[in-house]
Design a protein around this ligand. Structure first.
Ligand code: DC
Length: 235
């Protein structure tokens, strides 16, 4: 059975994680949420009081942090998320707090941090059979992935989805606040010097604004099949 590598990139709240997780589940592949890995480093920076612009300290911190992705696990809000351990501690939920979300873009702009995490991401994908989501997967981490998809959605729809997701977890933010957060993160992620957010030249760009999760999944399965992946029948 042919097991390909699939790269899914896109801006904040474009629906990447949900789509990537469901795709991996359906294909029987490993799902790797690379945003979770950057979030873990941001969490450790906050816990240790490391300034978010301390390039050398943050690089050293990333180099000596052990990250393990153990598949997916149920979340407190009833959805499911990437199961991530940082130095042996399950931080899957804690990396989703607004404080970490705010700290993650500056931390992920540091080249030394990226180098440490990209090395681990490539090792995780070495055997194929992975769906990896992030910002630079198709351009930098897995430039030879058989399938590359760039997901996007209108800002208004992304705000709506992020607010619904936060509300599900008991966090209620107004539209303006969420708009500000998403716009700021997208700006930083696409304007940094190292590995900025952008579609790979050979990526399929998919606008999910008017698509349901099931429709997005169906499109991704069709693309994976075109690239030679064997798609098992739905249960
Ligand atoms: O996908 P996410 O929102 O969990 O990602 C969190 C942050 O991590 C995002 O704002 C930028 C950074 N990131 C990155 O720089 N490269 C990746 N491959 C994934 C995420």
């Amino acid at each position: 059975m042919r097991r390909i590598s699939i790269a899914i990139d896109g801006p904040a709240a474009s629906g990447k994680s949900t789509a990537a997780r469901m795709l991996a589940e359906r294909l029987g592949y490993i799902y790797i949420d690379t945003g979770a890995m950057y979030r873990a480093i941001a969490l450790k920076a906050l816990r240790t009081g490391t300034p978010l612009d301390a390039v050398e300290a943050l690089t050293a911190l990333a180099d000596r942090t052990e990250l393990r992705i153990l598949g997916t696990r149920p979340a407190a809000d009833g959805t499911s998320l990437c199961h991530l351990e940082m130095d042996g501690e399950d931080v899957s939920e804690e990396i989703r707090t607004p404080a970490v979300t705010h700290a993650v873009s500056p931390v992920s702009a540091i080249s030394g941090v990226r180098r440490a995490l990209v090395r681990q991401q490539r090792a995780m994908a070495a055997a194929g059979g992975v769906v990896m989501d992030g910002r630079d997967i198709g351009t930098v981490v897995l430039p030879r992935a058989e399938l590359k998809v760039f997901l996007q959605a209108d800002l208004k729809e992304r705000i709506r989805r992020r607010r619904a997701e936060l509300a599900n977890r008991g966090i209620f933010l107004d539209e303006e606040e969420v708009r500000r957060q998403i716009e700021e993160r997208d700006y930083l992620d696409s304007h940094r010097a190292d590995s900025p957010l952008r579609p790979a030249p050979d990526a399929v760009v998919l606008d999910t604004t008017r698509l349901t999760v099931e429709e997005v999944l169906a499109r991704l399965l069709a693309l994976a099949r075109e690239k030679g992946a064997e798609v098992p029948d739905a249960l």
